[in-house]
Design a protein around this ligand. Structure first.
Ligand code: F6R
Length: 243
């Protein structure tokens, strides 16, 4: 594992954006796996910046997202479709038909999840998967549990995830309780993984995920087995790592 220590959130965002930018420059038709949540916002802002300065061209890039809430329409401001459009896609020259987020409005979970797997396979797999880290060690919405779920699948969100995500909603009751998420196998098949994490609130889970035992109780711990993982973390998030 390659660990890149960043000073703070800004520095983490800059370093991670540079890694993504390098991938796009070296492989203009690359397939990027993308994440939502608070952590990648600074990365996306910097990618937009690079695009505006003429340093990046997204015209041949494809993207696949990790997850989507079940039952939120695309125009709901809390849906991940909306998040991606608002925070990245509408600011760059990516083709809308090159962007893929699981279809949260497909009520048949098996169908929606199989379609997402098929999309990834047709694209030739993910070149670089960007990940955030949940407070409970989840990646995508792969919550702690007895086994690593392999493929894209419907999931009941953990109570702690619903509480964490309530900050984006007016009331906690509005947070969807289910989502469709890439599985651990889907994520592990990405050729390169870039995990970004910041803040003291995640110091404990960073230490457990990357220096603790590999266990489905800490889903991100499986990344220890991936041959090409880069962790970009700020000082606060690395505070409890045995470095
Ligand atoms: C988002 C996702 C989640 C988040 C994680 C961290 O698509 O799959 O795993 O990356 O919950 O979220 P933030 O960045 O908001 O702390």
């Amino acid at each position: 594992m390659n660990i890149i220590r960043a000073k703070d959130y800004e520095d983490m965002s800059r370093k991670a954006a540079n890694i993504l930018a390098a991938r796009i420059i070296l492989k203009p038709d690359c397939v990027l796996g993308l994440a939502t949540g608070s952590t990648p916002l600074g990365v996306y802002a910097r990618l937009i910046d690079k695009y505006n300065r003429g340093d990046l061209d997204f015209s041949r890039v494809s993207t696949v997202n990790l997850d989507e809430y079940r039952g939120l329409p695309e125009d709901n401001a809390q849906s991940y479709h909306y998040f991606m459009r608002y925070n990245l896609f509408r600011h760059i020259n990516i083709r809308p038909d090159h962007t893929f987020v699981p279809d949260g409005m497909e009520p048949d979970g098996a169908l929606a999840c199989q379609a997402h797997e098929d999309t990834i396979r047709k694209l030739g797999g993910i070149d670089l998967q960007l990940l955030g880290l949940g407070n409970n060690g989840h990646i995508g919405f792969n919550e702690p549990g007895p086994v690593f779920e392999k493929e894209t699948h419907p999931v009941d969100l953990a109570e702690s995830t619903i509480r964490a995500n309530a900050r984006f909603f007016e009331r906690i009751e509005q947070v969807p309780t289910q989502a469709y998420t890439m599985g651990i196998g889907t994520i592990m098949r990405a050729r390169q993984i870039l995990l970004i994490v910041n803040g003291s609130g995640k110091a404990d889970i960073v230490a457990r995920a990357f220096w603790g035992p590999v266990t489905p109780q800490v889903p991100a711990s499986i990344l220890q087995m991936h041959p090409d993982v880069t962790l970009v973390a700020d000082e606060e998030a690395l505070a409890e790592a045995p470095l």
